[in-house]
Design a protein around this ligand. Structure first.
Ligand code: FE
Ligand code: FE
Length: 187
């Protein structure tokens, strides 16, 4: 068994405010996408419950977790250390909640995307992007696309993220570039 009600309550008790609301929104969105696209609904929901479990941690806490779990931040992650929350959440999901490898992979790459994304990876990425509490420009288009074609929705989300990063003068993570290129060559 992946997780039970008690574990779900334990995970949720570590979250509060917007982060809790967002996580519950993600859980719901991921279940919907899993049913639509024939993915393992419980794995999708479990990944969503844990995906932002370290999101509110400080830089010091993130770096301590990296040390503990042997995560080596790359140059972009050293500057944009908040990006590390995917990888540190994945490590906690495995260590504390015994999440299987496909679930921890989806958690690790929910922020950046990556090449060769599985259906589970894509659903976790998209559910995070379109869950009901999101309100950015373009979220309605992303929701419509996600209901019709998951790959088109992914490309829409990755393109929008890349444009936003350029617009804000931010560093771009190599995995986001790899995700977009791979998707364009495989859809
Ligand atoms: Fe996140
Ligand atoms: Fe999130």
């Amino acid at each position: 068994m992946l997780y039970n009600d008690e574990m779900r309550r334990d995970i949720l008790s570590r979250l509060s405010g917007y982060r809790l609301k967002h996580t519950l929104g993600c859980e719901k969105a991921a279940r919907e996408l899993a049913r639509k696209y024939g993915a393992d609904e419980e794995k999708c929901a479990f990944a969503m419950l844990l995906h932002d479990i370290t999101k509110n941690f400080s830089q010091e806490e993130q770096l301590n977790l990296c040390k503990k779990y042997g995560i080596i931040p790359n140059d972009v992650e050293k500057t944009e250390w908040k990006m590390l929350h995917g990888k540190t959440a994945a490590a906690i999901a495995a260590d504390v909640y015994h999440a299987p490898a496909d679930v921890t992979h989806a958690i690790a790459y929910h922020t950046t995307g990556c090449a060769n994304m599985t259906l589970l990876d894509k659903i976790v990425y998209m559910a995070d992007y379109i869950e009901e509490n999101r309100s950015f420009d373009g979220v309605k288009t992303a929701r419509k696309l996600a209901a019709r074609n998951l790959d088109k929705a992914m490309l829409y989300g990755l393109d929008a993220s890349l444009r936003d990063l350029v617009h804000r003068g931010k560093l771009i993570h190599v995995d986001t570039v790899l995700a977009r290129n791979w998707l364009m060559n495989n859809m």
